[in-house]
Design a protein around this ligand. Structure first.
Ligand code: NAD
Ligand code: LMR
Length: 326
């Protein structure tokens, strides 16, 4: 039986993240090892030459699942028939900048792409925004796609989630996949709230195994500021780890997971998060849809941390509204 290839868009295809991400997609790591894929690469005109080079290298890798590569600088062409889209193309921050400082430069990229998704993508399209500030860029794209269900627009919190798993694994001498029920709430910014309240490892409560002082004063700031730490040490923003987390997110969204993972999805009002904001919450994925883990009792500390994220996301939303971007 011939299987129709899944059409996957990657924007910013000549950039750092794409240089890892494209190889993982072509290897079948998103849709599965039995699903052929076609890549649509979107770039700005000045980077089309470099994108040709990336495409040549992809071809040279001889991936059996990779059936076609199309390159364009036109969103209407790139998103045509798209089943999945990774919106990566955007400027990264430099040393000393916050991700929200990128809003003015990057925000305007996501309206036209949202509209092109609205007008041209396949009915089952799933969109993961990686370009920063990711949550608010997802909000912008979503607002330009009135015919696509809001739930199809996500922003990436999975890198923060994976960073949390890795910090815990190192601290407790465990494998990262032994941890359950870790959550990163809110915005992909320094305000984010990595939360171990319900986390377990090998059946034990993580909060019984680590000191509260370590949790509050080392773990939370370490995870929340890891992006800045990478920029400081590596000299440019995280790329391969971001690509790997993007694959984790899209794979779980499509293929499902019963394990709690953190995903920034449009809120329907749960946990005091204003409806419509794109915020990190605990989720599982069933039948191709994220389901928020419901019924969790929040302490005052948790409520406070989540409220700080909501306030920041509302500020970003108001700023892009004032700039006419939504
Ligand atoms: P990069 O500068 O290496 O690549 C970005 C690419 O995007 C460039 O090739 C550029 O030409 C392209 N681009 C710019 N505008 C475009 C447009 N309108 N359409 C298509 N392509 C366009 O940057 P990078 O390291 O790949 O990072 C990309 C983005 O991802 C940055 O905003 C960065 O901050 C963000 N990021 C997010 C996370 C996360 O966890 N959400 C993690 C790491 C990086
Ligand atoms: C990250 O978390 O590594 C990215 O969002 C890049 C950044 O600016 O921190």
């Amino acid at each position: 039986m011939t299987v129709t290839p899944k059409k996957i868009v990657v924007t910013g295809a000549a950039g750092q993240i794409a240089y890892s991400l494209l190889w993982r997609i072509a290897n079948g790591d998103v849709y599965g090892k039995d699903v052929p894929v076609e890549l649509n690469l979107l770039e700005i005109p000045a980077a089309l030459g470099a994108t040709e080079g990336v495409a040549m290298e992809l071809l040279d890798s001889a991936f059996p699942l990779l059936k076609a590569i199309n390159i364009s600088d036109n969103p209407d062409v790139a998103f045509d028939g798209a089943n999945a889209a990774f919106l990566v193309g955007a400027k990264p921050r430099g040393k000393g900048e916050e991700r929200s400082d990128l809003l003015a430069a990057n925000g305007r990229i996501f309206g036209p792409q949202g509209k092109a998704i609205n007008d041209h993508a396949a009915d089952d399209v799933r969109v993961l925004v990686v370009g920063n500030p990711a949550n608010t860029n997802a909000l912008i794209a979503m607002n330009h796609a009135p015919d696509v269900p809001n739930e199809r627009f996500n922003a990436m919190m999975r890198l923060d989630h994976n960073r949390s798993l890795s910090q815990l694994a190192t601290k407790l001498g465990k494998d990262s996949d032994a941890f359950e029920k870790v959550v990163v709430w809110g915005n992909h910014s320094a305000t984010q709230f990595p939360d171990i309240t319900w986390a377990t490892v090998d059946g034990e409560k993580v909060s019984d195994l680590v000191e509260r002082d370590w949790y509050l004063n080392e773990f939370i700031p370490r995870v929340a500021k890891r992006g800045a730490e990478i920029i400081e040490v590596r000299g440019s923003s995280s790329a391969a780890s971001a690509a790997s987390s993007a694959v984790d997110h899209m794979r779980d969204w499509i293929q499902g997971t019963e394990k709690w993972v953190s995903a920034a999805i449009p809120s329907e009002g749960a946990y005091g998060i204003d409806a419509g904001l794109v915020a990190g919450v605990p989720t599982v994925s069933r039948n191709g849809r994220w389901e928020v883990v419901e019924g969790l009792e929040l302490s005052d500390f948790q409520k406070e941390r989540i409220a700080a994220n909501v306030a920041e996301l509302k500020e970003e939303r108001d700023a892009v509204a004032a700039a006419g971007l939504i």
